[in-house]
Design a protein around this ligand. Structure first.
Ligand SMILES: *Cc1c(COP(=O)(O)O)cnc(C)c1O
Length: 429
């Protein structure tokens, strides 16, 4: 295998990375292995991983149960087309997802990535209203500060200004945007909080197919935790104005916020639910869009007589096998205590950052911890400083944040938090 320097040189020569430039300028670290909450760098160093590979590796890396399931599936069936054919892994995964999510969600569309699951949800909503003879209902209402993915439809519902996609806004379907939910998760509710959302729904009900929101936690759009009552009120408004509600739980699903799904904080059920990220425990790319049988039947009652989407690798058996193993680990029910312990550890560990110069806010919910700065952080400086302290944290904009694997121990968590606080303290010297 190549030595670390050759790896880096070849990587720089040929590979794009997420949101990267050519020629590459950002620091880059080759990883040659990972286990539990540790990343193994090519130069021999080990890092405590705070990112769970963007919300996904909830059981840590190389979990033996997921590895075993993958190996067994490799020897049986790695892939087969899903058109006209089915297989045991997809069937079992569908059964588990329906069991895990609240009724009436019982129809599962499997897709390859979160962004595609969002596209699928949006297309379902459009076809739903077409079939009802109300094809003019084809726009979407989204929240400022939201993030729903990088494909064109998903981008159109990301925050239009601060989101990463404002550069493309002239090429995207023009959607409607409601203000970011201002009341924090743990603040008192205020009368009038829904006024602007309701005004938008009332005015535009005739052209709106659906409202799409990330429940409770707005992720990549700002790591913002908001009051559950917004979702209860939104559920009622959507029913009153006959607009579907899409909950994008791609980041929040599978225990991350302290409940299995974030919608449970508000005890509400969306019309369409998007899952992804942690679905396979971070091992394979897979996502799912769920809806009720009644909604699905309506979608298929229109001109096409079917839902018009079908990825080549839909229901990939390897990905399904990994998802089954990951969900079975969740069903062992250790995660509620683990996530609660991580929330406590994050609160304790990040609190010292609150009064540092340059720090705007510190907030934690479930297994998510955030230090928000006044100014965007200098990634070129802060990233190596974090790695030198033996942790993998990937700041974004003004946010230095972590969402570790649920099994992270107390000591590792304390080390992770201390490194974040130190680096943030240094950043303003
Ligand atoms: C990550 C994310 C997506 C997009 O998922 P990909 O798998 O990256 O396409 C969509 N919505 C939310 C809330 C996300 O966090």
């Amino acid at each position: 295998m190549y030595d670390p320097n050759t790896l880096l040189a070849l990587d720089r020569a040929h590979l794009w990375h997420p949101y990267s430039s050519v020629p590459a300028t950002a620091p880059m670290f080759p990883v040659v292995g990972a286990s539990g909450v540790r990343l193994q760098l090519a130069d021999g160093r080990q890092l405590i991983d705070g990112m769970a590979s963007w919300w996904s590796a909830i059981h840590g890396y190389n979990h033996p149960a997921i590895g075993t399931a993958l190996k067994r599936q490799i020897d049986t069936l790695t892939h087969v087309m899903f058109g006209g054919l089915t297989h045991p892994a997809a069937v079992r995964l569908g059964e588990l997802l329906v069991e895990l999510t609240p009724p009436p969600l019982d129809q599962v569309f499997l897709a390859d990535s979160g962004s595609v699951a969002v596209e699928v949800a949006m297309k379902m909503a459009i076809q739903y209203w077409q079939a009802a003879g109300r094809g003019h209902k084809r726009r979407f209402l989204a929240l400022r500060g939201g993030y729903h993915g990088d494909t064109m439809g998903a981008m159109s519902v990301c925050d239009p200004v601060t989101g990463m996609h404002h550069l493309f806004s002239d090429s995207l379907a023009p959607q409607l945007f409601a203000p970011r939910p201002a009341i924090r998760y743990d603040q008192p509710w205020q009368a009038g909080a829904m006024d602007e959302w309701e005004a938008l729904l009332a005015t535009h009900a005739d052209e709106l197919a659906a409202v799409i929101v990330e429940p409770i936690v707005q992720g990549a759009g700002g790591m913002w935790f908001y009051h559950p009552r917004y979702l209860q009120e939104l559920r009622q408004l959507c029913d009153r104005y006959q607009v579907l509600w899409i909950a994008d739980e791609i980041a929040t699903g599978f225990g991350r916020t302290g409940t299995l799904f974030a919608c449970e904080h508000a005890a509400v059920v969306p019309d369409i639910l998007c899952l992804g990220k942690a679905l396979t425990g971070g091992s394979m790319s897979l996502a799912a869009t769920l809806c009720s049988q009644a909604l699905a039947e309506q979608v298929c009652a229109g001109e096409a007589g079917a839902f018009m989407h079908g990825p080549t690798f839909m229901g990939n058996p390897l990905a399904c096998a990994a998802a089954i193993a990951s969900i079975e680990l969740l069903l062992e029910q250790r995660w509620p205590q683990q996530v609660a312990a991580i929330e406590q550890g994050l609160r304790r560990g990040l609190e010292p950052a609150r009064h540092l110069p340059g720090v705007a806010d510190v907030r934690c919910l479930g297994a998510i911890g955030v230090i928000e700065m006044d100014q965007p952080v200098d990634l070129a400086r802060i990233q190596p400083a974090l790695v030198e302290r033996g942790v993998w944290v990937r700041p974004f904009g003004r946010l230095v944040y972590v969402m570790p694997a649920y099994l992270m121990g107390e000591e590792d968590l304390a080390t992770l938090c201390a490194a974040m606080v130190e680096v943030v303290a240094e950043a303003n010297h």
